[in-house]
Design a protein around this ligand. Structure first.
Ligand SMILES: *Cc1c(COP(=O)(O)O)cnc(C)c1O
Length: 401
């Protein structure tokens, strides 16, 4: 049985404990939802007000040059690069994952014209499947065809007809390459959560999210990665002026910028991008292996505390049993998952509900304390033990769940 004193020792000895002070966190809230919207870093708040007051407010249009707004998609991309194991010049920040995925899917199909199959895990995040479906409608099923498979069958289904695909990053990428398959990784739940080695694993393409583990704020721009070896041969179809080699030459003919810049389409969203750029400073001096180790320790502690309560042990944890096999979160299924999530949120334990019956707890090492895990499990137990989730106000569905 773990005691509160032991929990306090874990916090006192945590090498990341000072990072919590770099975030604005509401009092008495245990935020176990960092992956759907990371909290506000103090630096992001400060930079945004400087950009508004000094740059937009005073320097106005000159800011594009004077304050380097024009290069911000690349500057911020290069700040993300070390977090995902990429050398500079291969990551750019812009648009949303959905849009970036479209660019990459189309690019991959043009690199590999004989291939038309896009293989995806059937339980992929819906937008990934939707974007392939949209592209297939545009170019025709004979040029782009979505095949989905249960995650455990993916490896068997990788064959010479597959053009693009998206788990063990190294193993899948390697196997895909032996069959001439290009791979796009969606890093929405991994960038900023654990160490990645895109360059070492010879990844072709990746997309990732700015507002989850990178804490860039609601609707923060996403990022995309294209391995340098593909830069010269690749063409992306959303060929807007910002991806032109000289956007201010106003040439009627499109000519792509060299390198990663050609993946830009329109004008960058400077306020959002500024927030993300400043938010990334939280990772200064952070070793992603420490983040991963603490994430494992937090989720293992959560499971251990659950196993100490006879009210919570019957809950079904649907995440893999070992830390190495799961991401930085734990999912539990329960027929009253929505109501339980609402009851937790009402008691300031902010979790995620995922339809139809999943409660998801996210563990973000930069601002969570072991003490928070202890308190969250106590509140969770009380809600289940006293059946507090059965109260009528927890049954009403909100628009965003
Ligand atoms: C959150 C998330 C997205 C979000 O896509 P946007 O187009 O940026 O809204 C995409 N894929 C995955 C796996 C996600 O978790």
């Amino acid at each position: 049985v773990i005691t509160f004193e032991e929990i306090q020792t874990l916090d006192a000895e945590d090498p990341l404990r000072a990072k919590r002070a770099e975030f604005c966190l509401p009092a008495n809230t245990i935020y176990l939802d960092g992956n759907s919207l990371g909290p506000l870093p103090i630096k992001a708040k400060e930079r945004i007000s400087t950009v508004i007051d000094e740059q937009w407010g005073k320097d106005l249009i000159q800011s594009w040059n004077k304050n380097h707004w024009i290069d911000l998609p690349i500057i911020t991309g290069d700040k993300i690069a070390p977090l995902i194991g990429a050398a500079t010049g291969q990551v750019i920040c812009c648009d949303s994952i959905s849009i970036n995925l479209f660019k990459l899917l189309a690019s991959a199909l043009t690199l590999n014209r004989e291939r038309k199959v896009i293989l995806s895990p059937a339980d992929n995040f819906p937008t990934d499947l939707y974007m392939v479906q949209g592209l297939a409608k545009l170019v025709g099923n004979d040029r782009c065809h979505l095949k989905s498979a249960a995650p455990h069958q993916l490896l068997d289904m990788l064959d010479e007809t597959v053009a693009g695909e998206r788990y063990d990053i190294e193993k899948i990428t390697q196997l895909a390459h032996t069959k001439g398959v290009l791979v796009i990784w969606d890093l929405a739940h991994s960038a900023g959560a654990f160490p990645l080695e895109l360059d070492n694993h010879k990844v072709d393409f990746a997309v990732g999210c700015g507002y989850k583990y990178l804490n860039g704020g609601p609707g923060a721009p996403a990022f995309l990665y294209v391995a340098e070896r593909h830069h010269s041969r690749i063409h992306q179809p959303l060929s807007g002026w910002m991806g032109h080699k000289s956007p201010f030459g106003f040439n009627p003919e499109y000519a792509a910028a060299p390198g990663i810049r050609k993946f830009l389409s329109g004008t960058p969203n400077i306020l959002s991008l500024t927030a993300l750029d400043a938010a990334l400073d939280v990772f200064d001096g952070v070793d992603m292996r420490q983040v991963e180790a603490k994430s494992h320790a937090l989720s293992s502690l959560f499971l251990e505390l659950i196993s100490q309560s006879k009210y919570l042990t019957p809950l079904e944890c649907i995440s893999p049993a070992t830390c190495e096999a799961r991401g930085s979160q734990l999912a539990f299924s329960h027929e009253d998952a929505y109501a339980i999530s609402q009851a937790l949120i009402d008691r300031q334990v902010v979790v995620d509900f995922r339809a139809p019956n999943i409660i998801r707890f996210g563990f973000t090492p930069l601002y969570l304390r072991y003490e928070d895990i202890w308190s969250a499990v106590n509140i969770f137990e009380k809600i289940i033990r006293q059946k507090l989730y059965q109260e009528p106000q927890y049954q009403i569905r909100n628009k965003v769940t």
